[in-house]
Design a binder for this molecule. Structure first.
Ligand code: AMP
Ligand code: MG
Length: 343
């Protein structure tokens, strides 16, 4: 069964053709260049770009998989969470396709997609592995920071989350403070700067280190960075950009890894899955891998760099397991976007 998957949750127009866990093709239009100068995603620009690019991206994905709509059995689309007006574009197109071509429709939660990015295979069926539940999932993206217990396909329990900003959002803001320009996205900038920085230059307090729960917090960290930079001259800031980035990044990631370890101990689960845009960070993956190794566990990350950020391939892979359970949209008209959908 081949699935045509669509994700327009935010600033990427992404379409993929998948079968089972295999990704047969992907096509993507990234709007990063359109939003860069504004220092973040501008909703109305995102919506227009989604509308402009959705059709050609669908055609490109089909062409790259060397299939036509006749070969597609099911359309899968992200219904949330994300930017409402961007989500709407993907949903409307998916509904039209499903109606016009008599396809079944599956609605997928974007964060569930990020989990399945770690279970995706290439068109040759690699990497090969068997599922072994339960998994402990760490979701790290621009809008979400969550610890999730995945008990089976489709069975999730959120056991911890950020009380304020998401870790990706914190990195985006930190980059603007450190570079003192409207840059976006900030995560990769911080990662690059941090490579040559001293992470003990400033010791930021790890906000939730003392709390016993599994929640995280980033707004205090951001304020601490802001105050530190405000106390510096411009020259000092520029001279220490690498050190500031390294110190902030380390504090932000310690916060995650500390809570991940707490969850591993509490639930005695040592198979860890990490997905979402921030999982692109090599230092964070190293930290998680090291932690998991200490417990003789296993770490699962998105199986290809294309799957780190927002993408439709992960939506197609997640949809395969919905299809196996017969979880299709009943009546096409009933599908609505849900910008704040939870797992
Ligand atoms: P998503 O919401 O899943 O699309 O992820 C976007 C978020 O991931 C943004 O906040 C980015 O700054 C962040 N991000 C992307 N690449 C990296 C990276 N290499 N290191 C840290 N954060 C990153
Ligand atoms: Mg995302």
């Amino acid at each position: 069964m081949k699935i045509l998957a669509i994700d327009t949750a935010c600033d990427e127009t992404s379409v993929a053709v998948t079968t089972g866990r295999q990704v047969l093709s992907t096509a993507q239009f990234s709007q990063v260049v359109l939003h860069k100068q504004w220092g973040g995603v501008v909703p109305i620009i995102a919506k227009r770009a989604q509308e402009e690019h959705i059709q050609p991206t669908i055609e490109m994905a089909l062409k790259r998989a060397r299939v036509s709509l006749d070969d597609i059995e099911t359309i899968a689309v992200t219904f949330g969470p994300g930017l409402a007006i961007a989500l709407g574009v993907g949903i409307d197109n998916a509904k039209e396709l499903a109606t016009a071509h008599h396809k079944k429709l599956i609605a997928i939660n974007h964060m569930e997609g990020h989990i399945y990015s770690c279970f995706a295979q290439n068109s040759k069926g690699n990497p090969d592995f068997e599922f072994k539940f339960p998994y402990l999932v760490l979701l790290v993206s621009g809008g979400h920071t969550e610890l999730v217990l995945m008990k089976d396909h489709g069975q999730y329990e959120v056991i911890g989350k950020t009380l304020d900003d998401a870790v990706g959002e914190a990195l985006d803001k930190a980059a603007r403070i450190i570079v003192d320009e409207m840059v976006y996205p900030g995560g990769p900038i911080i990662e690059r700067l941090a490579l040559q920085g001293n992470d003990t230059f400033i010791h930021f307090t790890r906000p939730m280190a003392r709390s016993n729960n599994l929640h995280m917090s980033y707004s205090g960290l951001k304020t601490a960075l802001f105050n530190t930079v405000r106390g510096m001259s411009d020259q000092e800031r520029v001279r220490h950009m690498h050190d500031l980035a390294a110190s902030f990044q380390q504090a932000a990631f310690d916060e995650l890894v500390m809570k991940l370890e707490k969850a591993m101990k509490k639930y005695k689960i040592y198979w860890v899955v990490m997905g979402g845009g921030v999982s692109a960070n090599i230092h964070l993956r190293k930290m998680v891998r090291k932690l998991v190794q200490r417990y003789h566990g296993k770490a699962f990350f998105p199986t290809s760099p294309k799957l780190y950020g927002d993408n439709a391939a992960m939506i197609g892979v997640a949809a395969h397991f919905h299809a196996q359970r017969g979880d299709f949209v009943d009546t096409i008209d009933s599908l609505e976007r849900n910008a704040r959908a939870g797992l």
